[in-house]
Design a protein around this ligand. Structure first.
Ligand SMILES: Nc1ncnc2c1ncn2[C@@H]1O[C@H](COP(=O)(O)OP(=O)(O)OP(=O)(O)O)[C@@H](O)[C@H]1O
Ligand SMILES: [Mg+2]
Length: 318
């Protein structure tokens, strides 16, 4: 759906982006990660023509973006700006309504959509007439996301959408974000410096370094098969947790030793659960000795085992 071909952006003193190419499939979430200043925001802004590339080409649905007027192009591309970028002199409702107004929706439809989006983002309706300065950081970020979704664009670009949040709030919003029905089928490009967020929310990741791409792949490919030292080092901090996070129960099943059971403490997980969530869950409820039943989506039992056998299977699979 989106294709970047040999994109380059030169400024007077720096070349922010150096001939990068990547594709984003329809319905996919692609993450851009890398050290600060490596060109993530610049790349994102070139996709919706907020920045003009020095050279290279961007195709959306096979069509060169330069053949569409920037205003028209941006109506089909939601954009969540780094540090929320809300207009301070616009109310929450006015901020959300920016694109619908550009599209000349009638006021009734705009009001209805604004109410719907406030609900969707878990924001109370009474926030509509408030100004951004009267909201917390997390609330502002939710408004920023609501604004990007207002006209239901097929493509959404997000630049550090949860950047300013503490870990707990961020975790909650990430979970909500992941489950948002209206985002399920969107094509998204997400910039983040939070590796866990990238792994949690993205189908594939682009690891950038000094304006270039080091590797593109699924989180699992990057974590288990980094192509060079840069990528390896990038995931080195918290590597064990990341490995657990990308390993799903179904990946382990061939190596899992079944345990014969008549115990009572059995916890059930579906095969798409990741190992990190399970180990955290088990620890939290102090069920260290408890048994784990793995089922498929339909609820049929596949195997029953315990944590120790899961970890053994993890090491063997890895
Ligand atoms: N308007 C500009 N003029 C000159 N240099 C710029 C301009 N905008 C960005 N740069 C430089 O281009 C490089 C890439 O910037 P960019 O904002 O894309 O980085 P980033 O990966 O988004 O970083 P961060 O994670 O800190 O947001 C940086 O070295 C930056 O200083
Ligand atoms: Mg940036």
């Amino acid at each position: 759906m989106i294709e970047a071909i040999q994109l380059t952006k030169k400024y007077k003193k720096t070349t922010a982006v150096k001939g990068i190419s990547f594709k984003v499939k329809e319905g996919e979430t692609l993450g851009l990660i890398g050290t600060s200043g490596c060109g993530k925001t610049t790349t994102l802004k070139m996709l919706n023509r907020l920045i003009q590339p020095t050279s290279g080409q961007i195709l959306i649905n096979g069509k060169d973006v330069t053949t569409t007027k920037p205003e028209i192009l941006r109506q089909g591309i939601g954009y969540v700006i780094q540090n929320t970028g809300l207009f301070p002199h616009y109310t929450v409702a006015e901020n959300i309504a920016i694109v619908p107004r550009l599209l000349k929706w009638d006021e009734k439809k705009i009001t209805k959509r604004t109410e719907e989006l406030l609900d969707l983002m878990g924001l109370p309706q009474k926030f509509a007439p408030r100004y951004p300065s009267e909201l917390s950081g997390g609330q502002k970020q939710r408004v920023g996301i609501a604004r990007a979704l207002a006209a239901n664009p097929p493509i959404v670009l997000l630049d550090e959408p949860f950047g300013a949040l503490d870990r707990i709030t961020r975790g909650q919003i990430q979970q909500e974000f992941k489950q948002l029905e209206s985002l399920l089928h969107k094509t998204m490009v997400l910039v983040t410096h939070d590796i866990f967020e990238a792994v949690e929310l993205c189908d594939r990741l682009v690891v950038m370094n000094k304006g270039k791409i080091e590797q593109i792949g699924t989180p699992k490919e990057l974590i288990f098969n980094p192509v060079n030292d840069f990528v390896r080092d990038f995931f080195k901090v918290n590597l064990f947790q990341l490995e657990l996070k990308v390993m799903l129960l179904k990946d382990l099943i061939p190596k899992i030793k079944p345990i014969d059971v008549n115990g009572s403490n059995i916890k059930t997980y579906i095969e798409d659960s990741n190992l990190l969530d399970i180990l955290e869950d088990v620890e939290e409820s102090s069920l260290k000795k408890s048994l784990i039943k793995i089922t498929n989506q339909q609820g049929d039992s596949l195997v029953t085992t315990n944590c120790e056998a899961l970890l053994t299977a993890f090491y063997q699979t890895k």
